[in-house]
Design a protein around this ligand. Sequence first.
Ligand SMILES: Cc1cc2nc3c(=O)[nH]c(=O)nc-3n(C[C@H](O)[C@H](O)[C@H](O)COP(=O)(O)OP(=O)(O)OC[C@H]3O[C@@H](n4cnc5c(N)ncnc54)[C@H](O)[C@@H]3O)c2cc1C
Length: 475
Amino acid sequence: MSQAFDVVVIGAGPGGYIAAIRAAQLGFKVACIDEWKNAAGGPAPGGTCTNVGCIPSKALLQSSEHFEHANHHFADHGISTGKVTMDVAKMVGRKDTVVKQNNDGILYLFKKNKVTFFHGRGSFVAAADGAYQIKVAGAAEEVITGKQVVVATGSNARALPGVPFDEELILSNDGALRIGAVPKKLALIGSGVIGLEMGSVWRRLGAEVTILEGLPTFLGAVDEQIAKEAKKAFDKQGLKIELGVKVGEIKTGKKGVNVAYTNAKGEAVSLDADKLIVSIGRVPNTIGLNAEGVGLQLDERGAIVVDGDCKTNLPGVWAVGDVVRGPMLAHKAEEEGVAVAERIAGQHGHVNFNTIPWVIYTSPEIAWVGRTEQQLKADGVAYKAGTFPFLANGRARALGDTTGMVKFLADAKTDEILGVHIVGPMASELISEAVVAMEFKASAEDIARICHAHPSLSEATKEAALAVDKRTLNF
Ligand SMILES: Cc1cc2nc3c(=O)[nH]c(=O)nc-3n(C[C@H](O)[C@H](O)[C@H](O)COP(=O)(O)OP(=O)(O)OC[C@H]3O[C@@H](n4cnc5c(N)ncnc54)[C@H](O)[C@@H]3O)c2cc1C
């Protein structure tokens, strides 16, 4: 007799594990299936985010930033260290410990919330008697049933056509997060979030980094003024970013990788590197799910087709996170997971796609919410802009990091905040205030009138809001 559940969630990344916990909180009998294995073959729930994405990348960014500070900035504070060295194996080991703490945390949360966890691959068998049969292929094989199924099977790194990842010389995000020694020369293809973050880690540790980008503009989705400021900072750091390139043949050999490309001027260039990270986007993952077998509709990208409520074409089957349309972000997946669990319970789960924040955890950090100036222009919206530089912020000066600015975009007539864009220290934390403000439909003046602690970086947010009406107090 197969175990019967109200809700079966396939995938325990941020979309799946959060959906499972929320469904259990709402009183459902819930199972969550995930196939990710740790090095010992045990369960490692948390998905891409926990195992080879958000968490490990931030652990390495933190370690490499400490290294950079010790090498280049401690002296400004009167601290002398002598020669600073980096034990890469220890850094990677620490990252693995952080990952394991998160894996274990999720297993604990499943127990706490009475979610039954299955370690193995979940696939649709058939629909029968108002429920779906789901095969779990792990150490053993069994079939469970769920009246409702939430698919949260995430995404995989996109490879260049004809250039498969070997994770030794040609690396996806997986291999990029466990390079064993600092490469002398590192090449990356793709200057998106992952390329910039990984490039920053290894540049800080001493690699000569070249990022090749096919598009002619840098960070096209980011507000132009902010992207320009960030590019200036990356150039100063020595992160070499070549835009508008056309990548040709990629060869691997005993000495590493050779990338042949045509640069923006049309010149043929041959780039040698010890390793190549390919970060050109991710593809939705439905491998082994037997989507076709039950008629689950996919689009031409391989994403599961869903409506605005994350409902698929099959009754009682939902899909969330990277495997569906929308930005591939962990917090977007989580919000959809919560909303779906609440909709299953007959509640009105809601995800506001207009207030999903974006963050790039480089130094300076880049964060934004809402529309960019170029989008407002394209949409024909009359707007006012206000900026405030961290150079004029006391806390930023005390920190020794005055790169960048906060920028507000507000409706010209109503003053409603339409977008907030930050490049600078702790942008990832500062953006939350803007998200809250936009969620509550605040005006720039609302933020300008709120008392902000002194000295704090958040005062730059208040000042940028004041700048919308051209009345900054400290600049
Ligand atoms: C290097 C890197 C850095 C990133 N940094 C950030 C960041 O800072 N902030 C941010 O918001 N996002 C970041 N992301 C993106 C983020 O990781 C994803 O958006 C997020 O993980 C998507 O969550 P998900 O639940 O949809 O899928 P995933 O996290 O991919 O999880 C899917 C899970 O489903 C499991 N699975 C798949 N198929 C099956 C099956 N048939 N049976 C059982 N289990 C299955 C997989 O093993 C996996 O555990 C980063 C990504 C990368 C690669």
